[in-house]
Design a binder for this molecule. Structure first.
Ligand SMILES: C[S@@+](CC[C@H](N)C(=O)[O-])C[C@H]1O[C@@H](n2cnc3c(N)ncnc32)[C@H](O)[C@@H]1O
Length: 210
């Protein structure tokens, strides 16, 4: 599938008619909203991250994780490919230090060397090609300042455009990746101190901009 079709597909798939659909059917698929936030926060916060000021989430949805982060960081940004997620975030996010922007699905619309911390949670498994993932890794390196951290979650199993009965739609998992691939793309992009941990079918990677 071409890159344009991948991007078009993601935009259509993530379009939500209202905030309840975005929250429960698309983002957390039946889980309790507050419990889902509490279970995911420890995965993206750790002691070294607490000293940072500027954070960016790739694929932030309506800002589920950005909201609690607004108390920890001075500037909190999110990008998302879905125009409706960005629109619905305006009802959900009232904090002055959070800004959510619609992006093109593969690049980060920020100057270089700006952020201390870039992360992505529950997003990279939806990307339709390795090129898209590699592009986000390169872009994350570009927008991070030296010493900044990049943390993302990916999935081992590929199921490109498979049917997901829970959301009665297609496309839950895009590409599957493994540790050696992630290690290679982080290295090529200029990251050091790479730490990749398996969590069942999921993988969590942490790396530092040199
Ligand atoms: C399962 S939701 C997770 C949202 C958020 N990270 C959270 O944990 O609450 C996946 C989000 O990724 C966004 N997304 C999918 N592909 C994307 C891409 N290529 N670039 C940016 N956002 C993307 C979707 O629009 C959707 O909001």
């Amino acid at each position: 599938m071409s890159e344009e079709r991948n991007l078009e597909y993601l935009k259509v798939f993530w379009k939500s008619p209202d905030i309840e659909d975005a929250k429960h059917n698309k983002i957390i698929v039946g889980m309790n909203w507050d419990e889902s936030i509490n279970s995911h926060l420890p995965k993206i916060l750790d002691s070294e991250i607490n000293k940072f000021d500027r954070v960016l989430e790739i694929g932030c949805g309506i800002g589920r994780i950005l909201k609690p982060l607004s108390f920890k960081f001075k500037e909190v940004y999110g990008v998302d490919i879905s125009d409706s997620m960005v629109e619905l975030s305006k009802d959900y996010i009232k904090e002055d230090n959070i800004e959510i922007i619609q992006n093109d699905g593969y690049s980060l619309p920020f100057d270089g060397d700006y952020f201390d911390y870039v992360f992505s949670l529950l997003v990279f498994q939806h990307l339709g090609s390795r090129e898209m993932m590699e592009n986000y890794v390169r872009e994350s390196n570009r927008v991070l300042s030296s010493g900044g951290l990049f943390k993302f979650q990916a999935h081992r199993v590929s199921g490109l455009y498979t049917y997901n009965p829970k959301v009665d739609n297609y496309g839950f998992f895009g590409i599957g990746v493994d540790e050696s691939y992630i290690n290679a793309i982080l290295n090529i992009a200029g990251f050091t101190n790479i730490d990749i941990r398996g969590d069942g079918k999921w993988l969590w990677s942490k790396a530092q901009k040199a």
